[in-house]
Design a protein around this ligand. Sequence first.
Ligand SMILES: Nc1ncnc2c1ncn2[C@@H]1O[C@H](COP(=O)(O)OP(=O)(O)OP(=O)(O)O)[C@@H](O)[C@H]1O
Length: 254
Amino acid sequence: MSPTAPALELSGVSLQIGGARILEDVSFTVQPGEMIGVIGPNGAGKTTLFNLISGVLKATGGSIAMAGRTLDKLPIHKRAAAGLGRTFQTSSLFNGLDVMENVRLAAQAKLGGSLSVLAFPRRHDEASTIAAECLEQVGLSHRAKVRTADLSHGDKRKVEIAMLLAADPTVILVDEPMAGVGMGDVPSLVEIIRRMHRESGRTLMMVEHHMDVVLGLADRVAVMHNGTLLAIDSPEAIIANETVQSAYLGQGAA
Ligand SMILES: Nc1ncnc2c1ncn2[C@@H]1O[C@H](COP(=O)(O)OP(=O)(O)OP(=O)(O)O)[C@@H](O)[C@H]1O
C-alpha cells in the first residue's frame, strides 16, 4: 500500500449481464480526502458503480484498486475490513433494536469481537463508548434508546451514518442519503456529511439526485449516462459542460 496511491482507481471497469452492457469502460481516480458527487439520470449505472466498488457485484472487465491495492478478488467483507464503507439507497437498520444497539453492533463488528455481552464485557463497553461518540457526531445522543422503527426517515439516515462512522472506514460510498428525507432534515444531513468528510480527511463518493447538495459538497462531480462516465470535473466545469447539459442537466433532471 502506497501513501501516494489514489484512494480509489477504476481502470476500464465494465459489467455485462447476459447480453446487456450495464457499465462500460469506466475509468477514473479519486485522490485521498476528495469528495466525488455522482449524478446521472435513473438507470445510468450509479448504484451499479457502487455495487462494483463495494463487491456486491463482480465486474466482467477492468480493475478496481483502493490505496494501491487491487480489490478485484476480495469479497464484500474483506473490502470492508480494508477500510471501505457504504450506505444503501434503502434503509439497512435492525428495526427491532434501538438506536444505540444498532450503532454498537457496527462498532462491535469493527472491533472484531463476539456479540455476546457475557463473553466479552470489556469489548462490549468499548463498543458502547464508540457508539456513543458516533451518535453524538450525528446529533442523535438524545434518541439512543428509541427503536429505529420509530424514527423519522431523516433520523434513520443519521443512524446509518453513525454506523458508518463506528466502522471507521477510510473510503466511504454514500448512496442517495437524502432520498425520502423531509426537507427539514436536509440541511442537518448535509452538515453531517460535510463534517464526516472535511474534519476526518476521509474520501467520499456520494450518489445524490439533489443537484444543489452535490454541487455544494463535492470537489468533483462524475456524470454517469447509459452505463458510461460522461464527464468528471469540478462542479463549475460540469455545469458549463455542453455534453452534460444536453445529456442530463438540460433535460430538467432533479
Ligand atoms: N443485477 C442486475 N441485473 C440486470 N440489470 C441490472 C442489474 N443491476 C442493474 N441493472 C440495470 O442496470 C441499469 C443501471 O442501474 P442502476 O441501479 O445502477 O442505475 P442508477 O443510476 O443507480 O439509477 P437510480 O438513479 O434510479 O438509482 C438499469 O437499467 C438496471 O435495470
